[in-house]
Design a protein around this ligand. Structure first.
Ligand SMILES: NC(=O)c1ccc[n+]([C@@H]2O[C@H](COP(=O)([O-])OP(=O)(O)OC[C@H]3O[C@@H](n4cnc5c(N)ncnc54)[C@H](OP(=O)(O)O)[C@@H]3O)[C@@H](O)[C@H]2O)c1
Length: 281
């Protein structure tokens, strides 16, 4: 027995083993601390890129579903009434990678239930698209319909926030880690020029603020939060407006998809137009 053994009853090999174990423990403690601070956990290498879209029954949401389906991504296309969503059903029939799920963004228990059912499913892009205009006639000063304000805020601002809160772990577990919201230039306080759409505009300003907050909240967890806008687009949303004022839905979605691809952590919280320019808050 050597002198060290004399002192502590431990031989050199045990000391070496002991310090190796301490080093491993140190690494583990470091990893646990880092995870608590929001460092991402390792990702499965073979994970299929996945997008979850709200309001995918028609319009912009349906076109996003089509576009990502053609990229061969897994598309979780959510809508209020899958039975009634004929165009989405037809898309899913053509693409096995499109899965339809029922989701009403006003139903918070339903959002939690879907998040729980998809608990093992990483979501690369969470795409808050569902939205309502509230009807011009309910937003005329002097005849404002205050019940409509609550409804528009619930769908356009509170709904996306709730979806982000419920699915944060799914996004964190993914490779791309993006939470994107389809906002509107109508929500830009810095750009208002004429009075109109009191409720709709306020709801988009509100969702912009919610997402700007969330971007700061989630940055150290590696989650990118962004806001995109389609511009005036030819969907049911704009029914009645002259077609020459509207862009084809495929063009609007192509522009937004390009910006969504471009978003990285350094851009988190930005509000971008169809050309990728920052829109004033
Ligand atoms: N079109 C434009 O020019 C324009 C411009 C700026 C921003 N945007 C924004 O783009 C997004 C999509 O608009 P769009 O043009 O595609 O409108 P759209 O054709 O009217 O489609 C709206 C979608 O939202 C869904 N939706 C409504 N309420 C919902 C709820 N409570 N839960 C879940 N889904 C709900 C609708 O589902 P149902 O089929 O069940 O009704 C539909 O799928 C909206 O956020 C809108 O504010 C549009």
């Amino acid at each position: 027995m050597d002198r060290e053994g004399d002192r502590g009853g431990i031989d050199r090999r045990e000391l070496v083993r002991g310090s190796a174990a301490l080093a491993v423990m140190g690494t583990l403690v470091g990893r646990i601390a880092a995870a608590a601070e929001g460092e991402p956990l390792p990702k499965p290498a073979d994970q299929q890129t996945t997008v979850l879209i709200t309001g995918a029954s028609r319009g912009i949401g349906l076109e996003f579903a089509r576009r990502y389906a053609e990229r061969n991504w897994r598309v979780i296309a959510t809508c209020r009434d899958p039975q009634a969503a004929a165009a989405l059903q037809a898309l899913a029939a053509r693409h096995a990678n499109v899965v339809i799920e029922a989701l009403d963004v006003l139903d918070h228990a339903g959002i939690d239930a879907l998040a729980a059912r998809l608990a093992s499913q990483p979501v690369d892009i969470l795409l808050n698209n569902a939205g309502i205009g509230g009807g011009m006639e309910n937003q005329l000063f002097g005849r404002l319909n205050y019940a409509t304000f609550n409804e528009v805020m619930a769908v356009n601002a509170i709904g996306p926030m709730k979806v982000c809160e419920a699915f944060v772990k799914h996004v964190e577990a993914s490779r791309l880690r993006k939470m994107m919201t389809v906002s509107s230039s109508q929500g830009s306080i810095g750009s208002v020029d004429a009075p109109r759409l009191y409720w709709y505009r306020s709801s988009k300003s509100a969702v912009n603020m919610l997402m700007a907050n969330l971007a700061l909240q989630l940055k150290n967890r590696g989650i990118i939060v962004g806001l995109v806008t389609p511009g005036a687009t030819d969907t049911d949303f704009m029914k009645g407006l002259p077609k020459k004022m509207l862009r084809p839905v495929a063009d609007a979605v192509a522009d937004m998809a390009r910006e969504i691809d471009r978003f990285d952590l350094s851009m988190s919280g930005q509000f971008l137009d169809t050309k990728g320019q920052i829109i004033p808050w």
